[in-house]
Ligand binder design. Sequence first.
Ligand code: HEM
Length: 194
Amino acid sequence: MASILTSLGRTVLAGFILALIIVILFGTNVDVSSAAWQTFFFRWLHIISGVMWIGLLWYFNFVQIPSMPKIPDEQKPAIGKVIAPTALFWFRFAAMATVLTGIIVAALNGYLHQAFTLQAPFRAIGLGMWIALIMAFNVWFIIWPNQKRALGIVTVEADVKAKSARVAMLTSRINTILSIPMLYLMSAQSHGGL
Ligand code: HEM
């Protein structure tokens, strides 16, 4: 057991194997060759990626940003040079995976075009998808380039660095605002919330 829990890779693999065992033991209604199950499978991957993405967004906003002023200057590099770059790596690739799996789910459900054009029965998921796309754009094209300057991954002058840190922080706050209606709309499509 310790050999599993001391390795992140093996721990994550153990989670997937446990899910498989649960499906084998209790999945009386599972037909992996059916389109319905395959759509469901991508929905599951979509939720896993989305939790990773929004979990890290909320970590930045609820934990890291408010804690920074309380951390002594000589300890700040531990966050800036070690923790933040790792968190940002998983953050931006989780955002990408969420968008890709979400688009696959919408396509498999047969409403990709109707959702993007906000047609009546698909307005909830369509609005959710547009908001999430804006958020993913912010991650890749505003937060990440500004964080590279703020964290010193790209070297710039001190005033540019400070400005970049502020732009990254404010954009991250905008994504936190957007995450709340976005999640409402994601879950509203199949459960009658709009
Ligand atoms: C551009 C990005 C995204 C796209 C294209 C997308 C697309 C979709 C689609 C098509 C569904 C199925 C809706 C249905 O018919 O019930 C869905 C469900 C869902 N999405 Fe997204 N999504 C995106 C971003 C996100 C994000 C960032 C999260 C954050 C966690 C998220 C969480 C969920 C959840 C939890 C469901 C399941 C809802 C349910 O079954 O009740 N999505 N998404």
